[in-house]
Design a binder for this molecule. Structure first.
Ligand code: AMP
Length: 426
């Protein structure tokens, strides 16, 4: 399969060739012809699969064909909604890159930065708008954005949108769109909530699925069981001895990210934190430093890391496992992108065993465990964790017995649907 066979214009093929892409990724091979045919698309594809080009190239192709003459004020024809500022910036950059030989103009709007420069750009007229929901609605309320002529609506990383509580904003945005339009929804995971949302606005969508809830095969995964107190020393050792030059490290909390960054710096390892409490300028600066190689370790929380596109990122470390197993899939999707190999390492202390089990169940495989000499979990910690797990199990079963009047029910009888739903909910 080649890009030429997908029916894209010469201008787009030239831009793709400039990027050095030779073959479409699976999501591109499936979504480009489907979108060109005018269908709505429901795509199960995470970041790192090439999905941005998968929706941008066919949109540009169609828009290029019936582009209004020069001089007329252009209505906005395509809206791409993303959950985070970083992803919005990233997608906008891709739209500009792929559309550089076309007359299609695009811009990006997100919060945390001045609104006036964004208004100026919008007033000049653009074809494609990439936006985060809050700032978009602000601009719409100020009548600086008119979405009534939208031909394409893309909801990118829809699962993360819902995780971040954007469902009401999405519904508000949908009300501003015309009834006739092409809809494209991308999501790495599919909860019942996502399915409901998709049913609400997609019309006879074609389903494109690429490795849903599966981790990339290009990524080598390993778990290092470790005593909680020794995590930081182990991380420093792995980075120094492995001579890793570019590492993305995940922590659960903003505070944890700050603390770890300081500790790594005191170990002589250049690090910066990126999370929701940092200003947009600080985040952009940290990311630029990391990409350029002046910052060796970027310590991030899940939300901040969403949308980071760093070419050929070789190492991702889970300093702490995420509470939500799907986040593990997103995290390690930062490495092994677009055909490159990568390494994802998780430092797991005994109190995180349950989270690890949840992740392995989701990805349907056991992750190899490799102890590092001198950093093994403290036997006392293991005992405490086992005791806690046992107590939790007992609490759960006595709670269930109290709730269920018919405790003699045989396994598999009744209530299975409800309990199944509960185990999937977050
Ligand atoms: P995305 O999933 O859209 O964030 O893309 C992930 C990465 O893959 C980006 O760095 C793209 O530049 C790159 N990429 C996209 N399409 C291709 C392709 N066909 N061949 C090689 N790399 C690609």
């Amino acid at each position: 399969m080649s890009f030429e066979k997908l029916g894209l214009s010469a201008e787009l093929l030239r831009a793709v060739a400039d990027q050095g892409y030779t073959t479409p990724t699976p999501v591109q091979a499936q979504s480009i012809p489907t979108i060109l045919d005018g269908h709505d698309v429901l795509a199960g594809a995470q970041t790192g699969t090439g999905k941005t080009a998968g929706f941008t190239l066919p949109m540009l192709n169609i828009m290029q064909k019936n582009h209004p003459e020069r001089g007329r004020k252009k209505p906005i024809r395509a809206l791409v909604l993303t959950p985070t500022r970083e992803l919005a910036a990233q997608v906008a950059e891709s739209v500009a890159t792929y559309g550089k030989y076309t007359p299609i103009r695009s811009t990006v709007v997100f919060g945390g930065v001045g609104i006036n420069p964004q208004i100026q750009k919008l007033r000049r007229g653009i074809d494609i708008l990439v936006a985060t929901p809050g700032r978009l609605l602000d601009l719409a309320n100020q009548r600086e954005v008119d979405l009534s002529q939208i031909e394409f609506f893309v909801l990118d990383e829809a699962d993360r949108m819902l995780d971040m509580g954007f469902i009401h904003d999405i519904r508000r945005v949908l009300k501003l769109l015309p009834a006739k339009r092409q809809n494209l929804l991308f999501s790495a995971t599919f909860s019942e909530e996502i399915k409901r949302l998709a049913q609400g606005f997609l019309k006879n969508p074609v389903y494109v699925e690429v490795a849903r809830n599966e981790t990339s095969h290009q990524v080598t995964q390993v778990v290092h069981p470790v005593s909680k107190a020794k995590k930081r020393a182990l991380l420093s050792k792995l980075i120094s001895e492995g001579e890793w030059q570019q590492v993305l490290v995940f922590t659960k909390t903003k505070h944890g990210a700050n603390r770890l960054t300081k500790q790594l710096e005191s170990d002589g390892i250049g690090a910066a934190a990126i999370h929701g409490n940092k200003s947009q300028t600080a985040r952009t600066k940290a990311l630029a430093g990391f990409k350029a190689g002046s910052i060796r370790v970027l310590v991030a929380t899940d939300i901040a890391a969403r949308g980071l596109d760093i070419d050929q990122l070789p190492h991702v470390v889970n300093y702490e496992l995420p509470n939500v197993p799907e986040d593990y899939v997103h995290r390690i999707g930062r490495t092994g992108r677009a055909g490159n190999t990568g390494e994802a390492m998780s430092l797991v202390s005994s109190d995180e065993d349950k989270l690890l089990y949840g992740i392995e169940r989701l990805i349907k495989k056991a992750i190899p465990k490799v102890s590092v000499e001198g950093f093994e979990p403290d036997p006392e910690d293991i005992k405490v964790a086992q005791k806690e797990a046992q107590e939790q199990k007992q609490r759960r079963s006595s709670h269930q017995r109290r709730r269920s009047p018919n405790s003699n029910r045989k396994p598999g009888q009744g209530r299975t649907k409800a309990s199944g739903n509960r185990s999937r909910s977050r």
